[in-house]
Each structure stands twice: as C-alpha cells, then as structure tokens.
Design a protein around this ligand. Structure first.
Ligand SMILES: Nc1ncnc2c1ncn2[C@@H]1O[C@H](COP(=O)(O)OP(=O)(O)OP(=O)(O)O)[C@@H](O)[C@H]1O
Ligand SMILES: [Mg+2]
Length: 316
C-alpha cells in the first residue's frame, strides 16, 4: 500500500503579533496516512488538528519540516491540489443557493466545464444521496443535508484524498450514520480519508488507523487493532447463586449482569483466564460463553491524554 500523506518533523509556530507568547502549535510531527485507509486524527481542543490540515492544504505554511502528498514534495502543484478534497470544520455555504449551484461553482474552480462538469455534479450528488434535493435552496436543508453537500463539494474534482475536519459534529444519530456510510463507501472505492473528530465511538467503527495529538505532539499512531489491547475477559454462565457470585467476587471475578441464574461475569485484567474458568466451574457454574474484551478507543484516548497531562504537570 502506498503512502498518501507523509509529514517529516513538521513544526508550526504562530507568532504573536503584540509581544505575547508565540504558540508552538505542532512539534516535530511525523504523520503517515496510507493510501486507501480512513485515518482518524484525534486530540483535545487546541491540540493542532486544524493547523495540520491547513498545512496539508497549503493554506498556511510550516515553520520547518516537510510534507509529501501522493509522492510529491510540491504540494501546491495542480496535480496535488486536484487530488485533495476538503470539508472544512463547520463549513458554511450561502443560503440563497441551490445544492447543485454550489457544486457548479466549486467544479468551475477546478476548471471543469460543460458536459464534464454536469457529469461530475450528477455523480457526486448520487454519492452523497442528494439527487432528490439538488434544486432546493440551502436555506431549506437540514444540517445533515448541508454536510452532505459539503462532502459532495469536496468530491467534485474526483480527488484521491479527502480531508474532513469534524464531519459529523452537531449532527443527529441518523445523519451521522449516513455520513459514516458515505465515508466507508468512499474508502471502499479506494479513496484515502483523513478525518479529524471528537466522536470516538464513531471513529472506532470506521477508521483503520488513528493518531492522537496532544499539545502539538503526536503521542500515538497506529492501527486500531495494534493500539487497542485486549484487557479483560467476559464470561457468560448459568447456575449462579448469591453465594457463588460473592465467592467469585472475592477472587477478582465481578458480576456485570444477572438475569435469574444466568450471569455475565467480568474477569479482572491480568488474571489468568484458565484459572478464572476453573474457578467458575468449581463454584457450580456452567459456562456458555467466553469473550475477550478489547479496550475502547475512548479508553485509549483517556489513557494517552491523561499520561500526557501528567507528564506536563511533572515537567512544570
Ligand atoms: N491563526 C492562529 N494564530 C495564533 N494561534 C493559533 C492560530 N490558529 C490556531 N492557533 C493555536 O494553535 C493551537 C492549535 O489550534 P488548532 O485549531 O490547530 O487545534 P484543533 O486541534 O483543531 O482544535 P479543535 O479540536 O478545537 O478544533 C491552539 O493553541 C490555537 O489557539
Ligand atoms: Mg480544529
């Protein structure tokens, strides 16, 4: 798999205009986004996600370090520009335009004209499921519909790379699911997606790799399966009673759920799984299921950001 985006020791310092403190927004960032994946770029507010995205788009310039996109170090070239679609954070489009007019305008910015432009507009409306509303004014669109037009706008030049800054923020669960499905479909068509988000449950569902940024430093980067470790084990069993459950609790096996004599038990992290199963059997339980339980992305995020905050406190 080829590398779509690579930054090397990228730094960004925002210089203060009035003698205040400069903001070192990114420090030695080495970000790798592989072709054909959904990469989730995560981090608390102000950690530097939008700054990174703006540099990838050539909207602001690095203080030092390099960026390579689709094998090119010249990220302002027409080939690179045409191959990046961008959905800005909280994208705003004029209310008095129709969905298809917005797409026509952006298509023209990419030099599309005539039949080719019409064909692209039809295609992107289809991709985001907005063909039915193409002639309606944006004023009458729901937030989810606006966001879908925003994605259509990002797709107009048929780019290989899509950068979406908080694509689902402020949307209801149905609209979120729709946007998620669109993103997964784009990935399945071979597109590369870099998405920044605070919606960790959602990100865990669709992304292949994640990076977590804290105060301009990329603290972890890797695939979901590499980063989320199996932590505890869940046992489903029958034949439990109050005495057996109390005894098991004393040995580190907690009851998570109970319906009649059927229970779901959680085995403490680090406990030997064979020993746990034998203990349950020795207390008269009949086992019906055993499952490893993986750490969630939210737990990983809290762990990584918590450790970074603790380090900072120690350093100051
Ligand atoms: N134009 C600017 N001038 C000065 N400082 C800036 C500028 N833009 C961003 N910053 C600062 O750089 C840091 C990173 O901001 P950035 O917007 O990249 O974070 P973010 O991760 O996108 O945050 P959020 O999750 O809130 O969108 C913050 O400390 C911010 O205040
Ligand atoms: Mg941001």
């Amino acid at each position: 798999m080829s590398v779509a985006i690579q930054t090397s020791d990228l730094n960004k310092v925002y210089e203060s205009a009035f003698g205040g403190q400069d903001v070192h927004a990114l420090r030695d960032l080495n970000l790798t986004v592989q072709g054909g994946e959904i990469f989730a770029y995560l981090g608390p507010n102000g950690s530097g996600k939008t700054t990174t995205i703006k540099m990838l788009l050539g909207l602001i310039f690095p203080t030092s370090g390099g960026i390579e996109i689709l094998g090119s170090k010249d990220i302002t070239s027409a080939r690179v520009k045409r191959n990046i679609g961008y959905l800005p954070e909280g994208a705003y489009y004029p209310d008095f335009l129709r969905g298809e007019e917005i797409l026509r305008y952006y298509g023209q910015l990419y030099g599309l004209r005539g039949a080719e432009l019409s064909r692209r507009i039809d295609a992107v409306l289809q991709t985001v499921g907005m063909t039915h509303a193409r002639k309606r004014l944006l004023r009458g669109y729901s937030k989810g519909m606006r966001q879908r037009i925003g994605i259509a706008q990002a797709l107009i030049s048929d780019p290989q790379i899509l950068i979406f800054d908080e694509p689902t923020t402020g949307l209801d669960p149905i609209a979120r699911k729709e946007i998620r499905d669109i993103m997964a479909n784009l990935r399945d068509q071979g597109k590369t997606l870099l998405i920044s988000s605070h919606e960790l449950l959602e990100v865990e569902l669709i992304s292949n790799r994640v990076g977590i940024l804290f105060e301009g430093v990329l603290r972890v980067q890797g695939t979901i399966s590499e980063l989320l470790t199996n932590r505890e084990m869940v046992i489903e069993a029958e034949g439990a009673n109050a005495q057996s459950l109390a005894a098991l609790l004393g040995r580190g096996i907690a009851t998570e759920d109970q319906i009649g004599n059927r229970v779901r038990l959680r085995v403490a992290e680090g406990m030997n799984s064979y020993e746990a199963l034998e203990l349950c059997k020795s207390h008269g339980l009949t086992l019906s299921g055993v499952h490893p339980r993986r750490e969630t992305l939210e737990e990983l995020f809290v762990r990584v950001v918590g450790a970074a905050e603790a380090e900072r406190r120690l350093a100051s």
